[in-house]
Design a protein around this ligand. Sequence first.
Ligand SMILES: [Zn+2]
Length: 156
Amino acid sequence: MTPLLLPHQLLLDAGAFFEACGTRGLEGTAMIKIGPGGPALIIPDQQPWRSPAGHVAVEVTRAGQLELARALTAEELFVARIHSHPAEAFHSAADDANPVLTHEGALSIVVPFFGLGLRRGLDACAVLRRDRTGWCGLPPGAGRDRWIGGMPENGR
Ligand SMILES: [Zn+2]
């Protein structure tokens, strides 16, 4: 089993999208697919939400769900969800219940500080892996490197 290696540019693109959402105090969400062409970021149509008290959430719209379904060829599958949080990176109850990825081995990346945390790489993010029992945290280090990592800047 080789780890999912995310291209530097993919993480830059995700970070740029999340930061753009963050300028309006909103979360963003995206998916990562993998296939013969390697990993790719898919940003679906989405509806972010912010209450007057500053509680935030984001939902993929019906149109976005169709975009995700159409984004896959027969040889591709979604391997990870990546989304931003306003402050700390953790899996909320809503994140645990999100139905978009439920297969064993799926990964979930939570980026802190409206995407800004990604400037410090995956180590600044929460990463979870789905196993038979549910989502399990992968703290930075060998236990995480087994499953996922970022490519160096010159590795694309
Ligand atoms: Zn979340």
